[in-house]
Design a binder for this molecule. Structure first.
Ligand code: ATP
Length: 384
């Protein structure tokens, strides 16, 4: 099996103050970003946020307006694409239709004048699990198989960094999911740096170690998928990655490591460490909680809810049974429409539209955001 694992930093991607403007329009605001050698990094954002432009500046296909691109210790800002130790896989994989799969993969080696390509090509085809397909033509392969040929064709050049620009965009959903796992496996096996551009949050979270969420030409937040999901720092990230309930609240007091907030006539508790907004008394905070963190109890049983949980009363406005869970929409004094997802383990038949309920959750699952932001940022973009 081919292995290119290294422990050096020659595959680090370092962007310093890199930006791109077109006339008076800024596609990418000055950006500092380091992608460590060997990581699977995703640039995630809605259409037009500047992720492809950022990737193209790394590839050398777009000249930055300001800033530098370094690969390892080398400043490659002035180098043309073919002199950079990177390869790009695009959504349209553009294989050579008249060449068979073996020759498509061998192409980069032959162009460099390498004569004995057999072992390398075979290893590469094995890596992408297409050893059996070597003598087929591209049109005889499925979309997913063709995309794997495109990956093999890029990897055979031993790039320090592989850039992937929406590589799974042309595939149907099922194949996309399969290929996500496949690409992750390949990346782990070869150990080189992958920088992947996608608008699909699930795709970014499935594959990448680190995700940079971009919005309007800026990185809003960067971190491991779980960190971004559990601790969003902005309303855009909270709404773009999954669903968040955001409740407008006012800081009341502090109690130990917690902040106590007033919301809709009740009190909510938020660990101070999980609040990215100022926490002075009287200040406004958006209190966030994910729908699956909330439990739903019929109002008649409210006495059974353990002490120490955040509680909000409400009425079920809508309930959608989707098999694995039931998704409720709750009208409440703190917020018009709160989303609650309940796993279908033991279903309470009383939890139907019109029922009075108490929503409750562990305060540790609460996050706090600056209330001066647009509460709906990132919601429409999710559907792109
Ligand atoms: P998509 O997923 O739709 O490709 P993106 O996040 O990758 O979106 P970019 O392609 O990086 O977005 O484009 C960022 C912004 O820059 C967009 O508003 C786009 O219209 C603009 N833009 C890109 N290329 C040019 C160009 N050559 N001239 C003018 N504006 C451009």
């Amino acid at each position: 099996m081919t292995t290119m694992k290294t422990t050096d930093s020659s595959g680090d991607v370092r962007l310093s103050g890199i930006s791109k403007t077109y006339g008076s329009f800024t596609a990418v605001h000055p950006l500092d970003l380091t992608v460590p050698q060997g990581s699977f990094f995703a640039l995630l954002g809605a259409s037009g946020c500047g992720k492809t432009t950022t990737l193209r500046m790394i590839a050398g296909l777009e000249e930055p307006t300001t800033g530098t691109v370094r690969l390892g210790d080398q400043d490659v800002t002035a180098l043309p694409p073919y002199k950079r130790p990177v390869n790009t896989v695009f959504q349209s994989y553009a294989l050579f239709p008249h060449l068979d799969i073996f020759e498509n993969v061998a192409f980069g080696l032959r162009r460099r004048g390498i004569k004995s390509v057999k072992k390398q090509v075979e290893d590469m085809l094995e890596l992408v699990q297409l050893g059996e397909q070597a003598r087929k033509k591209p049109h005889q392969l499925s979309g997913g198989q063709q995309q794997r040929v495109a990956v093999a064709r890029a990897l055979i050049n031993h790039p320090k960094v592989l850039l992937l620009d929406e590589p799974l965009g042309a595939l149907d959903l099922k194949l996309r999911r399969q290929m996500q796992l496949e690409l992750k496996r390949i990346q782990t096996e070869v150990g080189i740096t992958f920088v992947h551009v996608t608008h699909d949050q699930e795709e970014a979270m499935t594959m990448a170690d680190t995700v940079a969420v971009m919005n309007a030409g800026r990185v809003e937040q960067l971190g491991a998928p779980t960190d971004l999901y559990e601790n969003p720092q902005t309303t855009f990230v909270a709404n773009f990655l999954g669903t968040s309930n955001l409740i407008e609240a006012e800081v009341d007091t502090k109690s130990g490591d917690d902040i106590v907030l007033k919301a809709g006539g009740g009190k909510l508790v938020l660990p101070e460490a999980r609040c990215s907004a100022p926490t002075t008394a009287g200040g406004r905070v958006l209190v966030g909680v994910r729908p699956e963190k909330i439990s739903l109890t019929h109002a008649d049983d409210a006495g059974e809810i353990p002490e120490g949980r955040n509680r909000v009363t409400g009425r079920i406005a809508d309930a959608s049974f989707i098999g694995v869970s039931t998704q409720y929409v709750i009208d409440s004094p703190v917020c018009d429409e709160l989303a609650v997802y309940v796993q279908n383990v033991e279903r309470d038949g009383r939890l139907v539209p019109g029922a009075e309920v108490v929503l409750h959750w562990n305060p540790a699952h609460t996050f706090g955001l600056d209330a001066t932001q647009d509460i709906d940022a990132g919601i429409e973009e999710e559907a792109v």
